[in-house]
Design a protein around this ligand. Structure first.
Ligand code: ATP
Ligand code: MG
Length: 241
C-alpha cells in the first residue's frame, strides 16, 4: 500500500513565522484523511507540501516510501483543488479548462471529448461546457476546477475546502467521486471547516494547530472534541430567538 507521508517537516514562507515545525502526518490509501484546524493554522500549506508545490525547509514528503522529489512523474499522480479555484482556472472556456491536462498527455480528440463529457455529466456541469470560465459563479468555478483534476484520474486527490459554495447536488456528486476513489484504494486528503464532511467520512482526522499536525483515527475522537480543538464553526442546532 502506497502511503503519503509528511515527515518531520518544517516550513516557513520567506521571512514569516514558521507555519509547520517538525510536523508529521500520514494519509493511507482507501480512506479519507480530513485536515481541520483554526483559520490560518496551515491546512492549505500542508496540502501544497503534499502536492510538491511547496518544498519543506526541513523534513520530506514521501509517497510509496520514496521522497516525492525523486519521483519524476509525481505531479501527474496528484490532483489538487486549490481553496480558491480561480487560482487554477486559466483557460477561456469550461471545455478547454477540463480538457487541458488531457491535451498535455496527448490523448486523441475523441477520447478527450468522451472523458470531458463523462466527468461533466457526473458533476452536473455539462450545460456549462461552452461557457467562459470567468463568467461562472463561485460554486460553478469550484466544480469546473474539480472536474479538471478528476478528468485525468489522479492517484492522490487533495481537496481544499471542496464544499464551500456547493449545493446539495454538487456535494452529492463530489461525495460519490470521493467514495469511488476510496473504493479504488487511492489517497484522498480533504481540508475543511465543514463538520458534515467530518461526520460523513470515517478514517483519519488530522488537526493542524500551533505548527504541529496531530492525527487520530476518526473513531477515537468525538465530533465535539474535534470541533473544540480545531475551532470548527459548529453551532448547536438550537434556534436563536
Ligand atoms: N503566500 C504566502 N506568503 C506568506 N504567508 C503565507 C502565504 N500563504 C499563507 N501564508 C500564511 O501561512 C499561514 C497558514 O496559511 P494557510 O493558508 O495554510 O492556512 P489555512 O489553515 O489553510 O487557513 P484557512 O482556514 O483560512 O484556509 C497563515 O498565517 C498565512 O498568513
Ligand atoms: Mg486554507
Amino acid at each position: 500500500m502506497d502511503k503519503l507521508v509528511l515527515k518531520n517537516v518544517t516550513f516557513t514562507y520567506n521571512g514569516y513565522k514558521p507555519v509547520l515545525v517538525d510536523a508529521s502526518m500520514e494519509a493511507l490509501p482507501g480512506e479519507v484523511t480530513v485536515l481541520v484546524g483554526p483559520t490560518g493554522s496551515g491546512k492549505s500549506t500542508t496540502l501544497m507540501l503534499l502536492a510538491g508545490l511547496l518544498v519543506p525547509e526541513k523534513g520530506s514528503v514521501y509517497f510509496g516510501g520514496r521522497p516525492i522529489r525523486e519521483l519524476e512523474n509525481y505531479r501527474r499522480l496528484v490532483g489538487i483543488l486549490f481553496q480558491n479555484p480561480e487560482d487554477q482556472l486559466f483557460n477561456p472556456t469550461v471545455f478547454d479548462e477540463i480538457a487541458y491536462s488531457l491535451r498535455t498527455m496527448g490523448l486523441s480528440s475523441s477520447e478527450i471529448v468522451d472523458r470531458v463529457d463523462s466527468i461533466s455529466e457526473k458533476l452536473g456541469i455539462k450545460h456549462l461546457l461552452g461557457e467562459y470560465t470567468y463568467r461562472l459563479s463561485a460554486g460553478q468555478k469550484k466544480l469546473v476546477a474539480i472536474a479538471s483534476i478528476l478528468v485525468y484520474s489522479p492517484e492522490i486527490l487533495l481537496l481544499d475546502e471542496p464544499s464551500t459554495n456547493i449545493d446539495y447536488d454538487g456535494l452529492y456528486a463530489i461525495d460519490s467521486i470521493i467514495q469511488e476513489y476510496v473504493g479504488k484504494e487511492k489517497i484522498v486528503v480533504i481540508a475543511t471547516h465543514d463538520t458534515s464532511l467530518l461526520e460523513r467520512y470515517s478514517g483519519r482526522v488530522c488537526i493542524v494547530r500551533d505548527a504541529k499536525i496531530k492525527c487520530r483515527d476518526s473513531e477515537a475522537l468525538s465530533l465535539d472534541e474535534i470541533v473544540r480543538e480545531a475551532r470548527l464553526p459548529y453551532l448547536s442546532p438550537t434556534r436563536c430567538s
